[in-house]
Design a protein around this ligand. Structure first.
Ligand code: AMP
Ligand code: MG
Length: 396
């Protein structure tokens, strides 16, 4: 049995980012940038007014109130063609280019218009209410970096940088294969000894949420023929994830079938609970993650291993998903396996996280997993811990 850390290093060590593709901005939300993105324009491209008012030379208003002739106007999208001379003003609107010669804007509320003349009632410093060219960013500035997950704000920035499309990572294709004679799809007719398979839908959802594309291979029966055929159909995917058939029972044939197909085994069994019979290997260039069948084990292993794997395939930097929380109850000493206890995390009056594991921790209990808001990590051989002690938690 190897440690979670060693297993994670092994799994992530061999992964390379998938290839990239070009998508339009409308398709870019949630995608991961494959390249740094530099501005193709400056923002704003020229000096513009940030107010409705009058553009003039600040030197002309030092003795305010003063009356200045209005020689024209500058609107957003329709700049004033001439030049503002000494003792002159130009009507200006928000977002409009600052006319040549002017160096400030007096807001409308500080003026009184009288025909072709405007009275400037307050002195203003040069630069007032002017957004300088490139104030936000300049052409050539690299403002979005490779590995960034594009959210709405990033997409707005990319658009402002004048990029109609972006180079993003292809979504990794993750083949999801459930196994077991007893497993039926949700909604299918059930025999007396059958159960509804939950791993496939849950794993596919995790894959999609992590930025991958789930390829549903379906449910293999506990026979070599069925497993062989379905494993073969994973060729061309970026990763094969199996669930079930991973223990030492007579019907646990997944590893046999994978070995027959040419699997190079990386490891089998990790010192964790739930999830001990976790398997990892390489099937002719396709990484394979063999998850336990128990639904909670499968999902906890997916959270700990599959999520970071997809992240790496997308070229995103690794992150430590855990954070510190105070225990809200006592916990007994741990054995040699790293525990991931399903529980509830809340905030105390000061805003600090407080975690309380549920009393029952059976690895077949899906309701508890769905209700959990955190996994409390108990390292191997952790001594008994009292309420108030600090632990690491993964927020769900
Ligand atoms: P196995 O590793 O095949 O022995 O499966 C361990 C346990 O997980 C058994 O109780 C299986 O019925 C259950 N199990 C396996 N696959 C699934 C699945 N896709 N959905 C829900 N439970 C499953
Ligand atoms: Mg099985």
């Amino acid at each position: 049995m190897i440690s979670v850390e060693t297993a994670l290093q092994t799994v992530l060590g061999g992964l390379r980012p998938v290839a990239s593709e070009v998508v339009g901005l409308a398709q870019a939300a949630g995608r991961v940038l494959a390249e740094d993105v530099a501005a193709r324009v400056s923002h704003p491209p020229v000096a513009v007014s940030s107010m409705d008012g009058y553009a003039l030379r600040a030197a002309d208003a030092t003795q305010a109130p003063v009356r200045l002739p209005v020689i024209g106007q500058s609107a957003a999208g329709a700049a004033f063609a001439g030049e503002v001379g000494a003792g002159q003003a130009v009507r200006i609107f928000t977002g409009a280019p600052l006319p040549v010669g002017a160096d400030c804007v007096v807001m409308q509320e500080d003026t009184v218009r009288d025909g072709d003349v405007v009275e400037i009632r307050v002195p203003v410093p040069a630069g007032r209410f002017v957004r300088a060219a490139g104030m936000d960013f300049k052409a050539g500035d690299a403002l979005l970096s490779a590995g960034t997950v594009l959210n709405d704000r990033c997409i707005g920035l990319a658009a402002a940088m004048n990029h109609p499309w972006l180079v993003v990572r292809r979504r990794p294709r993750i083949a999801v294969l459930s196994t077991g004679d007893e497993i039926v799809m949700p909604g299918e007719p059930m025999g007396p000894a059958q159960i509804v398979g939950s791993n496939g839908p849950a794993l596919a959802a995790l894959v999609e949420a992590a930025g991958g594309e789930a390829v549903h291979l379906g449910i293999a029966r506990d026979s070599r023929e069925s497993l062989d055929a379905m494993i073969a159909s994973a060729a061309g995917c970026d990763l094969l994830v199996t669930s079930g058939g991973a223990s030492v029972g007579d019907y646990d044939l997944v590893q046999d079938a994978l070995a027959g197909a040419g699997l190079h085994l990386g490891f089998y069994k990790v010192a964790m609970r739930p999830g001990k019979p976790l398997m990892f290997g390489d099937l002719r260039g396709v990484p394979v993650l063999g998850l336990p069948g128990n639904p909670v084990s499968a999902m906890v292993c997916a959270i700990i291993f599959l999520g970071p794997m997809i992240r790496a395939m997308l070229g995103r930097p690794p992150e430590n998903p855990s954070m510190a929380a105070r225990l809200g109850c006592d916990l007994p000493a741990n054995d040699q396996r790293q525990d991931y206890l399903r529980g509830e995390v809340t905030r105390d009056a000061g805003g600090a996280l407080v975690a309380v594991p549920f009393g029952q921790q059976d690895s077949a209990m899906l309701a508890g997993l769905a209700r959990a808001s955190c996994l409390v990590i108990r390292p191997p051989h952790a001594p008994a811990a009292g309420a108030g002690e600090m632990v690491r938690v993964i927020l769900l």
